[in-house]
Design a protein around this ligand. Structure first.
Ligand SMILES: Nc1ncnc2c1ncn2[C@@H]1O[C@H](COP(=O)(O)OP(=O)(O)OP(=O)(O)O)[C@@H](O)[C@H]1O
Ligand SMILES: N[C@@H](CCO)C(=O)O
Length: 331
């Protein structure tokens, strides 16, 4: 259940009117999602039925939201398919509903694709590269709040909950990532606003075409390569079964080729892709461990399985190349 804040019909209707989105006809709570309260809102404007999503932010405050919402607006107005936040007459896109921060954005068509093929990966790869390029002239700054400083803070907090072998892996990976971040190749990586959480459930498809990216609430300024690594670790790995977490080379190639069709990787990016794939796995292993062992506002969080990202990380380590039955037979 993802409706934590009940929004009265009259309050939603008044907000839509202020945003010049017409007369509210339907307000429907959305069951998916674990972070925020979301409603589909339907209204009649100039004889047309229009649909939006009303999000009431349960965890994020007025301090960080302007970066996310203005980034969405910047991308949408520059042709990247992202839900555009609706503005009031003064141009304000962050609103208040039931005393909490709220936004109204375009409703995207279609549905998520949880079992993507090469065509889906290519479509997302090309759009990710476009999003990076379009983000270059976005002028607000906010760091990736789930980046290296957060990993350094959070690893000691989760270590007591881990088995010795897991704790050793987590410590070693953090040390490795600190070492990488000190290097000159890392400092040469191109940076800009990144989505930082562009998993399969944050992209809508209308057939094989992407109708949009959403859920920008972990976005921040970081390396473009990290964003790419986060995607490759979700779109192009196995989910479930005995080989859970293993990369799927055909999907990874399709994603990378399409990305590079729009923005070729630099030499430093090519060198550091393996290291950043490990960083992307560490980031989500750690946040999932943190959500599992140190639940905040427990009622709101249904933690995802940390074990999946431990497996993704192990599969990304050197010498950990999975032995595929077919390859073994051919060898
Ligand atoms: N702009 C949109 N257009 C269409 N559907 C949307 C849109 N935004 C959200 N949704 C729907 O609402 C659901 C929940 O949204 P979202 O994933 O952002 O939830 P959340 O609680 O904010 O985050 P989390 O993904 O961390 O659980 C999505 O799975 C999607 O079905
Ligand atoms: N994509 C994250 C959840 C936060 O959006 C995860 O799968 O751990």
């Amino acid at each position: 259940m993802a409706v934590y804040t009940e929004v009265p019909f009259a309050e939603a209707a008044a907000l839509l009117e202020r945003l010049n989105l017409g007369t509210l006809t339907e307000l429907r709570g959305i069951q998916g999602g674990i972070e925020n309260t979301n409603y589909f809102v339907t209204s009649e404007r100039e004889g047309q039925t229009v649909e939006h999503v009303l999000t009431v932010f349960e965890r994020l405050g007025f301090e960080h939201l302007p970066f996310y919402l203005h980034l969405m607006k910047h991308l949408a107005t520059h042709g990247v398919p992202v839900p555009e936040p609706a503005a009031d007459a003064r141009g304000e896109i962050l609103h208040t509903v039931q005393g909490k921060p709220a936004a109204v954005v375009d409703k995207l068509r279609g549905a998520s694709e949880l079992a993507p093929g090469a065509a889906h990966c290519a479509a997302v790869g090309a759009l990710l590269a476009r999003m990076h390029l379009v983000g270059r002239d976005f002028d607000r700054q906010q760091p990736n709040l789930r980046g290296l400083p957060w990993w350094n803070e959070t690893v000691p907090v989760v270590l007591p909950f881990l088995a010795p072998e897991q704790a050793a892996l987590l410590r070693a990976e953090l040390a490795y990532q600190n070492h990488i971040a000190e290097g000159s190749a890392y400092k040469a990586l191109p940076r800009g606003p990144i989505h930082a959480d562009l998993f399969r459930d944050n992209v809508m498809f209308d057939g094989e075409a992407v109708s949009g990216f959403f859920d920008f609430y972990f976005a921040g300024v970081d390396t473009w390569l990290f964003d790419l690594a986060v995607c490759l670790n979700d779109w192009c790995v196995r989910h479930g079964g005995e080989r859970d977490g293993e990369p799927v080379p055909e999907l990874q190639q399709a994603f990378l080729n399409a990305y590079e069709g729009v923005r070729p990787l630099t030499a430093a990016e090519r060198t550091l892709l393996p290291a950043l794939l490990r960083a992307g796995a560490l980031r989500f292993w750690l946040s999932r461990l943190w959500d599992l062992h140190l639940p905040r506002e427990a009622a709101l969080l249904k933690p995802h399985d940390p074990g999946h990202f431990e497996r993704v990380l192990r599969a990304r380590l050197p010498l950990a190349a999975p032995t595929r039955p077919a390859e073994t037979a051919a060898a």
